[in-house]
Design a binder for this molecule. Structure first.
Ligand code: ADP
Ligand code: MG
Length: 372
């Protein structure tokens, strides 16, 4: 398969195609297979005109198209688009823009974004996650998972039992005392060259090589300019290949390989890397069981780095991009993984709803709401 070449990244194998393939279902169609009708992604509305257009072509339009085929809608909303009327006890009414939505027909994707131009939204995102959770909505990324996925060290610590070893990592803050180099107390075990990168970004932004602790001093003082917390890791070497496993319903579903351009340490397309879908290596497929047990959610991505000899566990991307296979005009693989993701959401939501309506207490059913 020819590598795809447009820019990748986060917002956001291909087998096991769900039965709704290619049929366009309307939200009222009983064939649609569950009560879920709307998937709303809470996403900071901060892209530039150029970047916004690129992502639209790259995945947003396709996601919406596939959702429609499954009888659902897929939309993006900044945190301020949600209004909550809590004036009637036990019966909060939640609106997205001016449309009333309910836990029965809507889920919210609450994956945190914290790139520099989105950082002013972080508090509003988390505050809204808490509100939506309390209002009884199904969140396929519980806010705690969002926290863990957002910080590279939190990820590695949460998943420290991984059968594929985590990359040894050090996390350092870059506040007002960065010039005192107090963090160097933790650098004793570091080897060089080292990779220095932001703890909470994505898309290959801000990844650098440091030849020594002196280089880290320079990078840390630069990172101070954006209040950016850093992670330091041994560099796994030139030609290190990133392997993203798409996990759907706890099973390895597909694999995206990203290879850096010659002369670059970074495999992301934003730095010239190439991408291709490939078979899932047995070692990574087997490791999925561990990740699925620690993360019982319908969809997530785990990224591993292959240094030429062995794999290392690198990252969790709760909503890792489902990249386009641009060499195929139908983008069959991107479509297939996206369809599997949405079907998993619909099934998980249906199960969750069945549990909440039979379990007294935690969340009220629609009928209970109506009678209060
Ligand atoms: N320790 C490392 N050794 C070698 N390459 C690395 C290392 N850390 C990151 N990289 C390269 O940089 C890319 C981006 O780093 P990553 O940790 O995945 O951050 P992001 O969240 O920006 O994707 C990786 O896909 C890999 O190509
Ligand atoms: Mg990555």
């Amino acid at each position: 398969m020819k590598p795809v070449s447009a820019q990748d990244e986060r917002p956001d194998s291909a087998s096991g195609t769900p039965s709704t393939a290619n049929a366009v279902l309307t939200p009222d169609d009983p064939e649609a297979g569950g009560p879920l009708r709307r998937m709303c992604w809470i996403f900071p509305d901060r892209e530039s005109t150029r970047t916004g257009a690129m992502w639209k072509h790259y995945f947003w339009d396709l996601y919406a198209e596939v959702a429609k085929e499954c009888g659902m809608s897929w939309t993006r909303h900044s945190p301020d688009a949600v209004t909550v009327d809590g004036t009637v006890r036990g019966r909060p009414r939640v609106y997205v823009d001016d449309e009333l939505v309910t836990p029965e027909d809507t889920l919210f994707v609450t994956a945190l974004y914290s790139l520099p131009y989105q950082s002013m939204d972080v508090f509003n995102q988390y505050a809204l996650y808490a509100v939506l959770e309390q209002a009884g909505f199904y969140l396929p990324f519980p806010p705690q998972v969002s926290l863990i996925g957002n910080d590279k060290l939190a990820t590695l610590l949460h998943l420290d039992g991984s059968p594929v070893p985590p990359i040894p990592s050090i996390r350092i803050g870059t506040g007002r005392d960065v010039g005192k180099h107090l963090y160097e107390v933790a650098l004793a075990n570091m080897t060089y060259p080292a990779i220095v990168k932001p703890a909470g970004w994505c898309g290959g932004g801000g990844i650098n090589l440091a030849r020594s602790a002196e280089d880290i001093r320079g990078l840390a003082s630069l990172a101070q300019g954006g209040d950016t917390t850093l992670v330091v890791q041994p560099y796994l070497g030139d030609g290190t290949v990133d392997h993203r496993v798409y996990v759907v319903d706890g099973k390895p579903y597909g694999l995206l390989k990203r290879t850096p351009e010659a002369g670059s340490p970074v495999a992301n397309a934003s730095r010239g890397g190439t991408m291709e879908f490939a078979p899932i290596p047995d070692e990574l497929a087997e490791a999925t069981a561990y990740f699925a047990e620690r993360l019982p959610i319908p969809f997530f991505c785990v990224d591993f780095l292959f240094d030429g000899e062995r794999y290392w566990f690198s990252e969790l991307e709760p909503d890792g991009v489902i990249a386009p296979d641009f060499d195929d005009p139908h983008r069959s693989i991107q479509r297939d993984i996206t369809r599997a993701r949405f079907a998993a959401y619909r099934d998980a939501h249906a199960k969750w709803l069945a549990n909440t309506t039979t379990t007294a207490g935690a969340v009220m059913s629609g009928a209970e709401r109506e009678t209060r």
